[in-house]
Design a protein around this ligand. Structure first.
Ligand SMILES: Nc1ncnc2c1ncn2[C@@H]1O[C@H](COP(=O)(O)OP(=O)(O)O)[C@@H](O)[C@H]1O
Ligand SMILES: O=C(CO)[C@@H](O)[C@H](O)COP(=O)(O)O
Length: 479
């Protein structure tokens, strides 16, 4: 008997990736990928083209498909179903002032955290709508429907039906959806968008069917990329995921929604009916690619340089805010290198400081989710950056807990495929894929006592440099 096949798509910042799996076991049988254009403002048509390219030779015999996508992006659609303007992505910081204004106007950070789980920063869709209303009112007036990237792709795949759909996970990144109440906050939407109330996608349950494509393929609800990765990884209590892709995210699954008034942790929903407390940094894998480009070498060469330096990079500290930063909320920040001397100014130390600086930002994310009551007993390291030998060497030292690398795979696409298999099966629980998913793990060497002490010192130096340069208090808990 031929296996029933399902497909999952990760429409992420830099590319579209697709995996085709055996619906019963999760075994990956085919893959595809295609790049996205660079930039923080992108015409959604480019994602549709990339989706077509990535899936063109792999969908034969596939019975169901699910789409995971980069969170937060603002896709605006007019009455005729056409995109009003290019989408503003999660890493576009032009709405930073709108985020500040909205936070104040609607009662401050505590009220926001309670009502929608998160304090809005420039990434959140709601702040992009405010920006549009203020800066492009003629575009704002044409908006009949607002979608997230994964919603828009799902809608296109279904032939642009009257009603579009989303899921709780992705909806929770808009800033106008309450993950604990499971309802849109239309009052917040209208306030942000100058009284306009465009149509929003219907929020489907975790295993609900969104519809069928022209040729009969079932389409599941889809979700945000971090929620999809969590679904693929079957997280247990004490598991924290650190994803080093375009963004650097830290998250775990929780039974209760979080409401962090400091704004460090976003209280998202997950793709199973639970919650996904998460911190997100704008600077992650691309700190390494930028470092390699600056030193004129490739990524393996960059790793070799970083590994040739001592832990602590001879006293160099890199604050990696190359694209501004979201956590901590420093949208206008730039990167900086601290502690340079004639003795330590070497390519090896600069490479090492880049890796350490990027990972220190993520270690601060681990502390922030801990402060929200999430146990962190080990870290599952995923994303393109997890393939870096230098990251693998430094992460256990800086994180101070055991680090495991699940079998190298596209976890967002895998989670979206698992959701599709779940919708296809119509069962109460998702299919048990653990053996083919994260079962095959590479456990990195646990840090020795001396390494832990070195890691602590590196982190302390990072926090002090951050305080000196950007005024973010170095003492944890006062961010
Ligand atoms: N060995 C490596 N070392 C460092 N960075 C890497 C390595 N392999 C891939 N990357 C980087 O990972 C990023 C892509 O990761 P991915 O998780 O696919 O991101 P996204 O899902 O945001 O598009 C790219 O910036 C790429 O350069
Ligand atoms: O904004 C967030 C999470 O809140 C990002 O994690 C985006 O969802 C983009 O993800 P990648 O393309 O880096 O995977």
């Amino acid at each position: 008997m031929t296996a029933e096949l399902v497909a999952g798509v990760d429409s992420s910042t830099q590319s579209s990736k697709v995996v085709v799996c055996d619906a019963r076991t999760g075994e990956v049988v085919r893959t595809g990928r295609a790049p996205h254009p660079d930039g923080t403002e992108v015409d959604p048509a480019a994602w549709w083209t990339a989706f077509g390219e990535a899936t063109k030779d792999v969908l034969d015999g596939v019975g169901a498909i699910g789409i995971g996508g980069q969170q937060h992006g603002l896709v605006t659609v007019d009455e005729a179903g056409e995109v009003v303007r290019p989408a503003l992505l999660w890493n576009d910081t032009r709405s930073a002032q709108a985020a500040k204004d909205l936070t104040e106007e609607l009662g401050g950070p505590g009220v926001w955290a309670k009502s929608v789980g998160s304090v809005p920063v420039a990434s959140f869709t709601v702040t992009k709508l405010r920006w549009l209303a203020e800066h492009e009112p003629e575009h704002a007036d044409r908006v009949a429907r607002v979608l997230l990237p994964h919603d828009w792709l799902t809608w296109r795949l279904l032939g642009r039906p009257e009603t579009a759909v989303t899921d709780r996970g992705d909806a929770s990144g808009t800033g106008y959806f309450s993950p604990t109440e499971n309802t849109y906050r239309l009052d917040v939407l209208a306030h942000a968008f100058g009284g306009r109330t465009p149509e929003l996608p219907t929020v489907l349950g975790p295993a609900e069917v969104a519809g069928h494509t022209e040729n009969g393929m079932l389409v599941s609800a889809g979700t945000g990329d971090n929620m999809a990765a969590a679904l693929a990884l079957e997280l247990a209590p004490g598991d924290a995921v650190v994803s080093i892709g375009t963004s650097g995210t830290v998250f775990g699954v929780a039974e209760q929604g979080s409401a962090d008034a400091s704004g460090l942790v976003a209280g998202f929903a997950d793709a199973t009916g639970r919650f996904l407390p998460l911190t997100a940094a704008l600077n992650a894998a691309r700190v390494l690619t930028a470092g390699a480009a600056m030193l004129g070498i490739d990524l393996p060469g960059f790793d070799r340089l970083a590994l040739a330096a001592e832990p602590g990079a001879g006293g160099l500290t890199l604050l990696p805010y190359l694209d501004g930063e979201r956590t901590p909320n420093l949208p206008g920040a730039t990167g900086s290198l601290h502690g340079l001397t004639r003795a330590n100014m070497s390519p090896e130390n600069v490479a090492r400081a880049s890796v350490e600086g990027m990972l220190c930002g993520l270690a601060a994310g681990l502390d922030a989710v801990r402060a929200q009551g999430m146990a962190v007993r080990r870290v599952l390291l995923i994303g393109g950056g997890a393939q870096s030998a230098a990251v693998r060497a430094v992460a256990p030292i800086v994180f101070g807990v055991p680090v495991v690398i699940p079998e190298v795979g596209e976890y967002v696409a895998l989670g979206a495929a698992r959701q599709a298999a779940w919708a296809l099966a119509g069962t109460a629980e998702p299919p048990a894929w653990a053996e083919k998913g994260p079962g095959n793990r590479l456990e990195l060497d646990e840090p020795t006592g001396a390494q832990r002490a070195a890691g602590h010192e590196i982190q302390q130096r990072h926090l002090e440099a951050r305080e000196a340069a950007h005024g973010v208090p170095a003492k944890f808990g006062e961010d």
